[in-house]
Design a protein around this ligand. Sequence first.
Ligand code: IGP
Length: 271
Amino acid sequence: MADILQKIEAYKRTEIAAAKKAHPWTAVAEVAKAAAPPRGFLRAIERRLARQQPALIAEIKKASPSRGLIRADFDPPALARAYEAGGATCLSVLTDGPSFQGRGDHLVAARGATALPVIRKDFLYDPYQVIEARALGADCILIIMAAVDDRTARDLEETAAEHGMDALIEVHDEAELERALRLSSRLVGINNRDLKTFETRLEVSERLAPLVPKDRVLVGESGLFTPDDLARLARVGISTYLIGESLMRQADVTAATRALLGRGAPAPAAE
Ligand SMILES: O=P(O)(O)OC[C@@H](O)[C@@H](O)c1c[nH]c2ccccc12
């Protein structure tokens, strides 16, 4: 039986072919060229870390294949503002429709509502999708090593760099990590979730983090719910966190973001 990644690749290839017909490469490139300049995704994270603070990449995600509907009341610009007020450093916006109920215009709206850099969270197989990401205003793209071969990973990374975007290279095991370290991006995400089985274990971060050279910026991804979870990853040198579900399930996203980052409520203004 085909695993979920293979199913996703199949419908993505169909989507990409249709998109190329509807919006030829040159037309998308024109839009990308006219887009507001990239905001510096990696730079924002490094600035936060330099102040000895954890960096949060806060995810805007309505649904997922492993969890179904996560948040019914789904307003991307309001969520983006709530995350920004709660202390997030960057945003992650799902743009995949079939599996995550995402859309490109969620990214446009979220980015337009804040000053935060945004990663396009999607399954990329073709440099066309990287240009598309920039045309939407994305500041960073995701490269999933479980989904692409080395050649494709390099093409995606090069296209991102040519357009001033960063790339987050996502890995889930030692072999993917070894391939990721041959790329030039410094942003390496360890996904605690196995995209083929959905099994999520923080041990994955604990196992892989010590194998990553210090010049890379590590991101702990998926399955993070409590300050203790973050502390657990901090012990292996991970201070940047990509978090979706646990925050998306909260009524007060700003308060939940602050609490997760250990900031509590802001001090009341002096009389
Ligand atoms: O909702 P969580 O468990 O906090 O996970 C967020 C993020 O890591 C997850 O959405 C994710 C990580 N890598 C991906 C690749 C594709 C789609 C989604 C993802």
